[in-house]
Design a protein around this ligand. Sequence first.
Ligand code: NAD
Length: 385
Amino acid sequence: MTAPLKHSDPIIVDVALGDRAYDIVIGRDVLQSLGERVAALRPGARAAIVTDRNVADHWLEKTQASLAAAGIATSHFTVEEGEGSKSYAGLQQVSEALIAARIERNDLVIALGGGVVGDLAGFSAAILRRGVDYVQVPTTLLAQVDSSVGGKTGINSPQGKNLIGAFHQPVLVLADTAVLDTLPQRQFRAGYAEVVKYGLLGDEAFFTWLEANHADIFAGGAAREHAIATSCRAKAAIVVRDEREAGERALLNLGHTFGHALEAATGFSDRLFHGEGVSIGMVLAAELSAHLGMIAETEAARISNHLAAVGLPTHLQDIAGFAQEGLADADALMALMAQDKKVKRGRLTFILFKAVGSAVIAPNVEPSVVRDFLKRRLERRAPAG
Ligand code: NAD
């Protein structure tokens, strides 16, 4: 265990995208500075807050108070919580509400919520009057370290997740680590899988630090700020080098090819949160890497051990109802992976490991190799559910 960190002034991470550059402000209780930051950024702008019911219960009043104290006129619109709001109907509701609130080109949309609200409100801002600015106020760990940064916005289509969307960078991201105190523990833990991802894909020292400091991150100590800032720095650096995912940004999909297939198999339901799918997916990616001789079995075990230590699922068999869902069938999982939008001309792209802390894009993985690997994984432990 390294010496405990102390809460400090807000940490500012710069996303250096030229005329689309913005700051990510991270710290405990930074929400109260939202109004003055928005007023400084866009003097005279009005703001429409888009949020969901759970977040509104806990954090809407504080958000409104901060904006009001800075003299900013606000309106707000609340969607239902959950993935179902990232739909055509949800987009219509939010967009109509923004038009009714007379949000114009010089005004601002404020996305106050998790990845669902961020993706939905961000996409609505991208197309409203051909594009208005928006601020991300992420309220889940997943949103603070991942979805609020990088400008990917969108909704789901009945044919798949995130199929309708736009790149639209926010003008500010404000990540108040105290808002995570009201987040259900399981949601927090699912977001933590994305934190681990940054260590695993490019920063072994950060992963080692997480192994030693995860308890303080969960408890809301200063390690939480450090973990979020380190994750945001890692994501910002990749986004700046490859804003539209022509290459390197795909590294951020570590664990996602397997993970998305598992999410699809469980109907994108509460049975498997996105981060939980990513956790199992990262372990499978590590084990596939070991199977291919790219890393040692002990390194794959190290990854799995840390995720299990914080209570994340690490095996296919950890998913409730595993056996009934066709999840125990390698061919069914292969079919689900083939539907992923990262598939190019029948070949599967995986993010694999060269080492703990060093991931590579493997664009041409032979499906039969993956099928054999999955078959072996499925035989290794008797299904639990
Ligand atoms: P979410 O937005 O559904 O939030 C999870 C739950 O927590 C919801 O019920 C919400 O109401 C509740 N909640 C949020 N903040 C809370 C708080 N502070 N206190 C109490 N309850 C709170 O889920 P998520 O995991 O944040 O986001 C998942 C979405 O993000 C998915 O749609 C995914 O596709 C998307 N995503 C987008 C990107 C991107 O780059 N745009 C990246 C990763 C994920």
